[in-house]
Design a protein around this ligand. Structure first.
Ligand SMILES: *Cc1c(COP(=O)(O)O)cnc(C)c1O
Length: 355
C-alpha cells in the first residue's frame, strides 16, 4: 500500500533526495568511499558544503552582508545562542505557540524580555497583529510557522529593530525578503534534511555588540570565520540538504514551491470547510500552509478514533494531532506531493459518506 507521509518532523523528504543520499552513503561521486568515512576537510566534502552554501544564498536571494551557517544543536540551541550573541539589555518576543514560548523562556536568562503579544488565551489559534515593538529592544523574535498549532506569518514583517525568525518548519516554502531579517534559523528536519542539522542565516553587522564573554562554539563569529568548519559539521544531513536544494532549484525555486504549497493547502482546507464532520482549529487568515490542524466538528467528537483508524488503513501516516490541539494535524511540507493531499481529502469524503 502507498504510504502518505504527513509526519510533523522529522518528516517527508523528496524521494530523489533520499535515493541520492543513499548513493552517497554507498559510494560518493564514484570515489569508492562512503560520505560517512571521509574527512569533512576533504575535497569531496568541501565541494558539498560550498554548493549547499551557494544554493542556499541563490534560492533565497540572500543579500551581501549575510552568512549561511550549518551547525548542530537544533533550533533549540538557537533559542539560547541568539540572546547569547544579541541580547545586551532587552529583547522582544511574539508568543505564538510552544516553540515561541521556549525561545522566550531561554532569553530570560540573558536580559529583560518583553512579550509584545500572545494568543495563548485562545490556545494559539491565531497570530496577534496589534502590538508595539519597543524601539529600544536589541531584537524582535518571531516564529513564522507554528508547527504545533498550524498558524503561519506569511508576510515579511516590518520591525524597527532587528527581526529574528525561527523558520524551522517553513523555510524554502516561499520567497523571502531576507534584508528584513537579522537572523533566520531553524532545525533542518521539517523542510530540508534529516535531523542533526541547524541552519542559520545571520547578518554579520549585528554581531560583536554584547559585552558578555561568548564561548567559542556559541559565538556566530567563530562559525562565520571558519565557514561552518570550526569543528566537524553534520556531514550527512548537509549532503541531504544539498540534494534538497538542488531539487528545489529543479522544481523552479521558492516561487514555484509557494505555488505548490498554496494549491495543496487550499485543497485540504477547502475539504475541511466543506465536510460536515470536520472543522479547522486555526483562524482562517492565519492558516499555515505547512501544518494543517483540524478536529471533529461538535456532535461528531466520538468519531475521532474511528477516522484515525480509517485513514491509517488507507495509508495515511502521522495525522494524529499534537496533544496540545488534539484531533488531526497533516503536515504538508514542500516535499509532499499534491497526490498525497488528494488521498487524504478522498479519505475524508469517503468517511463522511459513511456517517
Ligand atoms: C521542530 C521545531 C523546533 C525544534 O527544533 P529542534 O531542532 O528539535 O530543536 C523549533 N521551532 C519550530 C518552529 C519547530 O517546528
Amino acid at each position: 500500500m502507498t504510504k502518505h507521509n504527513f509526519n510533523a518532523g522529522p518528516s517527508i523528504l523528496p524521494r530523489e533526495v533520499i535515493e541520492k543520499t543513499a548513493d552517497a552513503v554507498l559510494n560518493l561521486n564514484d570515489s569508492g568511499l562512503s560520505i560517512l568515512e571521509i574527512s569533512h576537510r576533504s575535497k569531496d566534502f568541501q565541494a558539498v558544503i560550498d554548493e549547499a552554501n551557494s544554493l542556499f544564498k541563490e534560492l533565497l536571494d540572500i543579500p551581501a552582508g549575510y552568512s549561511v551557517l550549518f551547525l548542530g544543536g537544533g533550533a533549540s540551541l538557537q533559542f539560547a545562542m541568539i540572546p547569547f550573541n544579541l541580547l545586551e539589555k532587552k529583547a522582544a518576543y511574539l508568543d505564538t505557540g510552544t516553540w515561541a514560548n521556549k525561545a522566550m523562556k531561554e532569553a530570560k536568562g540573558f536580559g529583560e524580555v518583553i512579550e509584545t503579544a500572545s494568543s495563548k488565551e485562545s490556545n494559539y489559534s491565531y497570530i496577534p497583529k496589534n502590538y508595539r515593538i519597543p524601539a529600544d529592544a536589541d531584537y524582535f523574535h518571531i516564529t513564522t510557522n507554528n508547527t504545533i498549532f498550524g498558524t503561519e506569518i506569511l508576510k515579511d514583517l516590518d520591525s524597527p529593530v532587528p527581526l529574528v525568525a525561527d523558520m524551522s518548519s517553513d523555510i524554502f516554502s516561499r520567497p523571502l525578503d531576507v534584508s528584513k531579517y537579522g537572523i533566520i534559523y531553524g532545525g533542518a528536519q521539517k523542510n530540508l534534511a534529516p535531523a542533526g542539522l541547524t541552519f542559520v542565516i545571520v547578518k554579520e553587522a549585528l554581531l560583536g555588540k554584547v559585552s558578555r564573554h561568548i564561548p567559542t562554539m556559541l559565538d556566530y563569529r567563530t562559525h562565520i570565520k571558519n565557514e561552518s568548519m570550526f569543528n566537524t559539521p553534520p556531514v550527512l544531513p548537509i549532503y541531504s540538504a544539498l540534494e534538497t536544494l538542488r531539487w528545489i532549484k529543479n522544481m523552479g525555486g521558492v516561487a514555484q514551491m509557494e505555488k505548490r504549497n498554496t494549491t495543496k493547502a487550499a485543497l485540504l482546507y477547502d475539504e475541511i470547510d466543506r465536510n460536515k464532520l470536520f472543522t479547522g482549529t486555526a483562524a482562517a487568515e492565519d492558516r499555515s500552509r505547512m501544518n494543517v490542524c483540524f478536529v471533529m466538528k461538535a456532535g461528531y467528537e466520538e468519531l475521532e478514533a474511528d477516522f484515525l483508524k480509517f485513514a491509517t488503513e488507507r495509508g495515511m501516516v502521522g495525522i494524529k494531532g499534537h496533544r496540545s490541539v488534539g484531533g488531526f494535524r497533516a503536515s504538508i511540507y514542500n516535499a509532499m506531493p499534491k497526490e498525497s493531499v488528494q488521498a487524504l481529502v478522498d479519505c475524508m469524503k469517503e468517511f463522511e459518506k459513511k456517517h
